[in-house]
Design a protein around this ligand. Sequence first.
Ligand code: V47
Ligand code: SF4
Length: 374
Amino acid sequence: MNGSLLSLMQITGIAPKLLQVAEKVLSNERITLDDGNMLFREGTLPFLSLLAETVSRRVSNNHVFFNRNFHIEPTNICVNHCAFCSYRRRKGEDGCWEYGIEDVKEIVSSYKNKGATEVHIVGGVHPDRDVYYYADMLKAVKDCFPTIHVKAFTAVEIDSMCRQAGLSIEDGLQLLKDSGLGSMPGGGAEIFDEQIRQKICPDKTGSNEWLRIHKIAHHLSIPTNATMLYGLIENYRHRIEHLERLRILQDETKGFNAFIPLKFKHYNNSFSHIKETTTIEDLRNYAVSRIFLDNIPHLKAYWPMIGKQVAQLSLNFGVDDLDGTIDDSTKIYSMAGSDEQKPSASTDELIAMIKGAGKIPAERDTIYNIIRIF
Ligand code: V47
Ligand code: SF4
């Protein structure tokens, strides 16, 4: 099989150095930083698709996962000043919001008996809400909807809420877990390179700390996701080094469930002058991520950000997860100019997208147990 695939590639004129990388991938051997960099620079789309799909099939066996979820963004008030953010507001500024625990309970109640299995809670880094406040919020969510899985708070929010309470990350995360936290989303990672970080998110939790918080979560048996914000001012080397740091941590803890590349959207923020990446670039980025991150089981295309059509295309570039139904409950990307201004997908629509890409739709829970195959 591998031999015939390699011969096919030879016939199609793939350069020998790329064939060497293909040989590694097909024989399940880890690729290096230089290999990854070369794939980014020189891999053609069909070549990358073939390799990424080979890796994806090893894990997911042609299934593509989705879940039934909704988001709650308790506040967009944020003490940080990320230059790519279209969402944050200062306290009292026009367009800011701040939901109290009662508001959150009301939102959660409205989703009872509608089939949702997960609530995703993230927001701005609020100046005066500490980890005790958020623990009470999680308890209220679970009181209201005991079976819902709560995936909540980026490492950046957790860093701030624990500091405000004078608690260590270990103690803060344990408190959140005891209050109902089931897993953590992957936001706040941006690009780990500190020089780039200085320019795009100068006051945000640093990369070492982001990784440390995820490591602690994994040690407390809290699974997490990881993201990478791309398409700003970083180069391929920065992206591959970001993936490498995730790969190293994952070797150690095995706590990441999914990796989610986040395409920079440029509407209404300080980087609006930067052109957004092309669809071809987005597909290359998915494929190289899948090939390089051989130890993170799932690769997610977050359709509210890239749109449903590109999300469907990505299913032939290593992606095996479309996130969820969302139900028009997130504003992060619509405020940054996403085509999906009111993101919502029925399960039938997600199933049709997946079948249309030649894959098998599988509804999952947050930790990738299969609920139903369609
Ligand atoms: O950390 C903010 C990004 C992230 C923009 O874990 C932007 O399942 C592009 O992490 N253009 C938060 N990206 C969202 C997030 C996430 C989303 C979906 C699923 C999961 C998961 C996690 O959004 C931030 C930042 O990297 N972001 N502004 C923008 N203009
Ligand atoms: Fe705040 Fe998050 Fe926006 Fe940064 S990306 S300014 S941390 S809301």
